[in-house]
Write a protein that binds this ligand. Structure first.
Ligand code: HEM
Length: 455
């Protein structure tokens, strides 16, 4: 069975394109080969890239038992270990997801709204007037603290003070060029002592592991002290057979939630601050809507605002954090888009190309939140969080966080872009982030709050 057509370049050249100019490369391939094509990267099986919503629907509706997502060669395995939802397949994935998912349910997540607003206010209050700073650094400080408080349940105390710099370091390494290189080049994963990049990374991870182990033991010993955080919920959750998660599973999932949950949301927020300050009419519309809620609005009311919601969706559409969803490898032969495929073929639903289909998103390069108010997109047309049995666990938290951070900052501070030019999305590890980090400057506090209603 032949794979769909695709570029004939040497796999090394294709790998370089994939790492250095992923969006441009995807666009060039789509232009030449259409909405299904095969790319060949060095050292991995060929990837079938798909941007047809009907085909994506079929892929997203495969059940956990019928697909593999991870293999022994998975890039993330040395980073987060084998006890991670991202790397589990089949029944174990299904079981663990069932345990974790209720903690991220929309209603549950809303109880974190106050925490998100408080963290945002604290970070923003430290900005100095007329001093520039990269938006991505500020949003990453916010999203990391949100994970530490809402997922790990650390707010104050000795363990919080100990683990916070370690988690910051872990996150920093992974978003640095050295961290990105570990992912793609296994030969760099050698421990040459604490001063070598990989040596530093694994020592740091071990220290985090030890602190998490101590925290889990303390919480098991004092169940009466359990809080409202996701670790507490995971500690008390049971699977269908009444079994709890063991310590290794808990630690693996905590690191997964940190890895999957903080940089992704920080990148999306950095883009949000670019678009807000790039297009004055967008800022005005957002402010009108937020101001219409009056003084000290209820965070839940903020999360329901239609234009703010459409704005966040457009941010996630135009430059999705991940160019593709996780690869799916069906366990038996299948037919897709009228073609026969062998078991084990690697299918990659392409988020970026789907979000730039002209039939779905006319003038797709234009940033226009209104498109989400004018049309209802299906779960196979708008896919920033992937879909089906692997749908992002944290999507409700991420959407809530984006809306609350934008509304909190916008309603109190005057910010401006240092450079109005649109930055290029650049690969940092598996994600794509704005190349310049979006430098912003704080102009001062917002002067007057006009109470207006949208027409
Ligand atoms: C704007 C922010 C975010 C974006 C764009 C995003 C995007 C994604 C995408 C595309 C996937 C793969 C889904 C698939 O292949 O079908 C994914 C999976 C995942 N995400 Fe997110 N994510 C975000 C925030 C979060 C947050 C806040 C958390 C948790 C705190 C989180 C936890 C996860 C986990 C655990 C998975 C693996 C799910 C599984 O394999 O079953 N993500 N995310």
């Amino acid at each position: 069975m032949q794979l769909p057509d695709g570029p004939k370049l040497h796999p090394i050249v294709q790998s370089i394109n994939w790492i250095r100019k992923p969006l441009q490369y995807l666009e060039e391939c789509a232009e030449k080969y259409g909405n299904i094509f095969t790319i060949k990267l060095s050292g991995v099986k060929p990837l079938v890239i798909i941007s047809d919503p009907e085909a994506i629907k079929q892929i997203f509706t495969f059940q956990s038992e019928n697909i593999n997502v991870s293999s022994k060669n998975n890039l993330l395995l040395p980073i987060i270990g084998e006890n991670s939802l991202l790397l589990l397949n089949g029944s174990r994935h299904k079981r663990e997801r069932k345990i974790i998912m209720p903690s991220f349910h929309g209603e549950k997540v809303k109880s974190y709204a106050e925490t998100i607003c408080k963290i945002t206010e604290k970070v923003a209050s430290q900005w100095e007037i007329d001093r520039s700073f990269p938006a991505i650094a500020a949003t990453q400080t916010i999203t990391l603290e949100v994970i530490i408080q809402t997922v790990f349940g650390f707010r104050t105390g000795k363990r919080y003070e100990e683990i916070k710099p370690l988690l910051e370091n872990w996150a920093k390494i992974l978003s640095s060029p050295a961290g990105a290189s570990f992912l793609f080049f296994k030969f760099l994963q050698i421990d040459l002592g604490a001063w070598s990049p990989w040596g530093n990374f694994i020592r740091n991870r071990q220290q985090i592991n030890d602190l998490l182990q101590a925290e889990i033991e303390d919480r098991r010993a004092h169940p009466e002290q359990q809080g409202n955080d996701i670790l507490s919920l995971m500690l008390s959750a049971r699977d269908e057979a009444g079994q709890p998660m063991n310590d290794e599973q808990l630690k693996g999932e905590l690191l997964t939630l940190l890895l999957a949950g903080h940089r992704t949301t920080a990148i999306s927020l950095a883009w949000a601050f670019y678009w807000i300050n790039h297009k004055i009419e967008i800022k005005e519309k957002l402010l009108q809507e937020i101001d219409s809620l009056g003084e000290n609005p209820d965070p839940i009311a903020i999360s329901r605002l239609p234009y703010l919601t459409a704005f966040c969706q457009e941010v996630l559409r135009i430059y999705p954090v991940f160019p593709t969803a996780l690869a799916r490898m069906p366990k038996s032969r299948f037919t897709l888009m009228g073609r026969q495929f062998e078991a084990g073929t690697v299918l990659m639903p392409c988020i970026y190309l789907t979000h730039h289909r002209e039939d779905l998103y006319p003038n797709s390069k234009e940033f226009r939140p209104e498109r989400f108010l004018e049309r209802q997109y299906t779960n196979y047309e708008f896919i920033p969080f992937g879909g089906g049995v692997r749908l992002c666990v944290g999507y409700a938290l991420a959407m809530l966080e984006m809306k609350l951070v934008v509304a909190t900052i916008l309603s109190k501070y005057e910010l401006a872009l240092v450079d109005n030019e649109l930055p290029k999305p650049k690969r940092t590890g598996l994600s794509l982030a704005p190349s310049n980090g979006i430098p912003l400057v704080m102009k001062g506090l917002r002067e007057s709050k006009k109470i207006l209603t949208l027409n």
